[in-house]
Unconditional design. Structure first.
Ligand code: 3HC
Length: 302
């Protein structure tokens, strides 16, 4: 990764206090993992109701983790859950909580303007040493960072769903990200118990650049009538050893998310057949069939 020189005197930042903007599935998952590894986490969203639901979700997910990890010690498991939850606080006012943060990690909707606005505002009030990072899966990190004056302390940290289970974090450096910032983000990922990989600020980084065209090929194959959805999924699970087939995975990730990513790439390079849109996918999204989260996508869910 090419790096510009650092404009600040910041050395490797040991990240202890984390503010996470956005308490949806990704934000909550990241908060859970950070709190589980001893960080103090403030989860930020637009209403107390949303935050309450998110913390309930974290508790539920912790129970699943604990059921496995403390299978024969339920009391120690319960203690662990309470300890982790104590590390999580919530707020509807990011500006007032970033003061004490070493890292501000954003995991909100994929809307460049909103992300830029939030980071632009927080840039004015966050301490000098605070690193900013986005969990975006489809927008250039450098575009998001451009609303701030801390280009050297800005990077990407891309997690995977379900965050408590998936071991990978993509660490993204732009051409302006300092080596200190990049190393701090790599270290933070390791302290979370994840394995980081270094990525350039290119569309889809590594995982989605490979995964989204693969999912889209499966949708197109099905659309052409060359395989039932069940057969496609069974084929990739049993023939390639994937834990989920591509259409199950599309439902899991969200068909709106898949569409958003492919539409963006298609606009960027309409001649690339890997980025071609799918009528079937567009129809499902138009009908509100977005996958697991709405109860129906390629499959129906209870
Ligand atoms: N929280 C805590 N624990 C969880 C969990 C969660 N959210 N989800 C699963 N688990 C654990 C639990 O221990 C669970 O046991 P339980 O059901 O008794 O509680 C255990 O995993 C097994 O789960 P399941 O029986 O439901 O099913 P699997 O064994 O198939 O595992 C899976 C589930 C880990 C999700 C697996 O199917 C998988 O790895 N799927 C692929 C996921 C993937 O590819 N994710 C990346 C998507 S791309 C992305 O996120 C990038 C974005 O930018 C688009």
């Amino acid at each position: 990764v090419c790096r510009g020189f650092s404009s600040s005197a910041v050395r490797n930042v040991v990240i202890k206090h984390v503010t996470i903007i956005g308490s949806g599935q990704m934000g909550a998952g990241i908060a859970q993992v950070a709190a589980s590894t001893g960080h103090s986490v403030t989860l930020v969203d637009t209403s107390d109701d949303i935050l309450k639901k998110s913390v309930k979700g974290i508790e539920g997910s912790l129970r699943r983790v604990v059921k496995k990890k403390f299978a024969d010690k339920p009391e120690a498991g319960e203690e662990f859950i309470q300890k982790v939850l104590q590390n999580v606080s919530t707020s509807t006012d990011a500006g007032s909580v970033v003061q004490g943060s070493d890292l501000v990690l954003e995991a909100i909707v994929e809307n460049l303007k909103i992300k830029q606005d939030i980071f632009g505002q927080l840039d004015k009030v966050a301490p000098q040493h605070t690193i900013f990072a986005s969990n975006t899966s489809s927008l250039p990190i450098s575009d998001i960072a451009s609303s701030t004056s801390r280009l050297d302390r800005f990077g990407g940290l891309h997690f995977f769903n379900p965050v408590p289970m998936m071991k990978l974090v993509e660490v993204i450096g732009t051409s302006a990200t300092s080596q200190e910032t990049f190393d701090s983000l790599l270290n933070f990922s390791k302290v979370l118990g994840k394995t980081p990989v270094s990525c350039k600020d290119t569309p889809g980084f590594i995982v989605n650049r490979l995964l989204v065209p693969y999912i889209m090929e499966a949708v197109r194959l099905h659309e052409r009538g060359h395989g039932s959805k069940e057969d496609i999924d069974i084929a990739m699970k049993l023939g390639a050893g994937y834990p989920m087939g591509p259409l199950e995975l599309a439902d899991f990730v969200g068909l709106d998310t898949a569409k958003f990513i492919i539409d963006g790439w298609s606009a960027m390079d309409p001649s690339n057949p890997l980025f071609a849109p799918s009528e079937l996918l567009n129809k499902k999204v138009a009908e509100g069939k977005l996958g697991r989260k709405t109860g129906e996508g390629f499959y129906k869910y209870k």
